[in-house]
Ligand binder design. Structure first.
Ligand SMILES: [Zn+2]
Length: 438
């Protein structure tokens, strides 16, 4: 009997299992150990401006504008016993990408902390577990801001971030990543709004009761938004919660943009014409986003920022592992866990080089070219797999501004990219809600 297909299936399942345990399907743990590289020599500077002067000018701009990161999965960390947001963590040792000291170091004024709940069983029990976990993470964020009220504060409206910035504090916004905690009960949308949530990412790595995922291995289930998903979008419009289409498949984007009365966002997505990944947005989608008045927030995941380079050594090691794998039916639990470790070891031995700040700003350039300067922003996805060479954690986000200045972006444009655009959408979403509630 040929056991190949069976062992191949097991291998695929294990690889899938490994990739499903983190917020993003592609977090590459090996990228987290990349050493930051020195900033390369300047290409476009003002006449007579030295590299030193350019960096100084960029840092002044970075300091003046409100900087807003629209997506971090840090609440996952905050519910870990002993994790303290007021403490500076070493990202190489702990994997942690955001805490208050590093936000201050990086000049990051405001952030959306997303309560991320991984998709699990879609029944009443699963739904209520998801809701409890989502609320637990929100409570942890609020508690952390209260415990550190001299350096951070919870923000609920666009103006709050500017006021907190003037007071020298970090503005902490709340979001939910994955509509799973809403379950099948639309009244939960208001419950999360009342808890402070100002955007909801409709779906995550696999389909849920609201929408199809861009990455579900079984393919689409609803053909975009389900009819319950459409009800949820209308309720978000009524309450003033931004509709986030990141992780949704293309049909979810088209459905959301057609149904939502307010502009929509993609809290952490990139340009597909630059990097061909189904999590990224096509030029047609970018143009529609511009017509809609919405915004695409660029994310710092290597696999969404550059084509995956050839890695023949890793491919060979993985195929050797696969060829020698036992059929699934013959594997003990210990052997399965050894298999998972072997895959992790191979990935660590033959890592892909990280994407760089230049790759990230190439995507910004493209979105600006296709959709315009008013429709792009930043959502790093720290603590959800995000972090690249030069933008490895919250302490390094100023490198985005330096590269934007290097490429000739003005302060006004940088202000839009770093939060002005998202705040415009946020205000419009609130205006629509006021109208719908009148
Ligand atoms: Zn995500």
């Amino acid at each position: 009997m040929n056991s190949k297909p069976q062992s191949y299936l097991l291998f695929t399942l294990l690889a899938l299992w490994l990739s499903c345990c983190s917020p993003e399907p592609e977090p590459d743990p090996v990228e987290m150990t990349a050493e930051p590289e020195a900033v390369p020599a300047t290409e476009q500077v003002l006449p007579g401006e030295s590299e030193q002067d350019l960096v100084a000018r960029a840092l002044e701009i970075h300091d003046r504008v409100l900087t807003l990161d629209s997506h971090a999965d840090t609440p996952l960390r905050m519910i870990e016993p002993g994790f303290d947001m007021a403490e500076r963590h070493d990202p190489n040792e702990t994997g942690s990408k955001v805490d208050y000291p590093r936000m201050i170091e990086g000049g990051l004024d405001s952030i959306f902390f997303a309560a991320f709940v991984a998709q699990d069983i879609r029944d009443d029990e699963g739904n209520s577990r998801a809701k409890a976990l989502g609320l637990q993470m929100i409570d942890a964020v609020v508690a952390s801001a209260e415990e550190n009220s001299e350096i951070a504060g919870i923000a609920l409206n666009p103006d709050d971030a500017y006021e907190l910035e003037m007071a020298g504090k970090r503005a902490i916004y709340l979001a939910v990543e994955n509509g799973y905690p809403i379950g099948t009960d639309v009244s939960n949308v208001e419950l999360f709004y009342d808890a402070g949530v100002r955007y909801i990412t409709l779906v995550h790595s696999t389909n849920n009761d609201l929408a199809d995922s861009a990455t579900d291995p079984d393919g689409p289930e609803h053909g975009g938004l389900s009819s319950f998903g459409k009800t949820v979008v209308r309720e978000m419009n009524r309450l003033g919660i931004m509709v986030d289409v990141s992780h949704g498949n293309d049909d979810v984007f088209y459905d959301a943009i057609a149904i939502s009365e307010a502009p929509i966002i993609a809290s952490h997505s990139n340009a597909r014409a630059v990097t061909d990944h189904q999590r990224n947005m096509t030029d047609e989608m970018l143009k529609l986003m511009a017509e809609n008045g919405g915004v695409v927030q660029l994310t710092m995941l290597s696999s969404y920022l550059r084509d995956i380079p050839d890695n023949p050594q890793r491919d060979a090691a993985l195929s050797e592992l696969r060829d020698n794998a036992k059929p699934a039916s013959e594997m003990t639990e210990d052997e399965r866990s050894a298999m998972r470790q072997a895959i992790r070891d191979i990935n660590e031995s033959f890592p892909d080089p990280s994407a760089t700040v230049k790759h990230a700003v190439d995507h910004i350039d493209h979105i600006v070219e296709v959709a315009g300067i008013d429709h792009v922003g930043i959502g790093c996805d720290f603590d959800g797999g995000g972090g690249i060479e030069g933008i490895f954690d919250a302490s390094e986000v100023m490198n985005i501004t330096i590269e934007l200045v290097r490429r000739g972006y003005t302060e006004e444009e940088i202000e839009k990219i770093w939060g002005g655009n998202l705040m415009r959408v946020f205000r419009e979403v609130q205006t629509v809600a006021e109208r719908l509630q009148a």
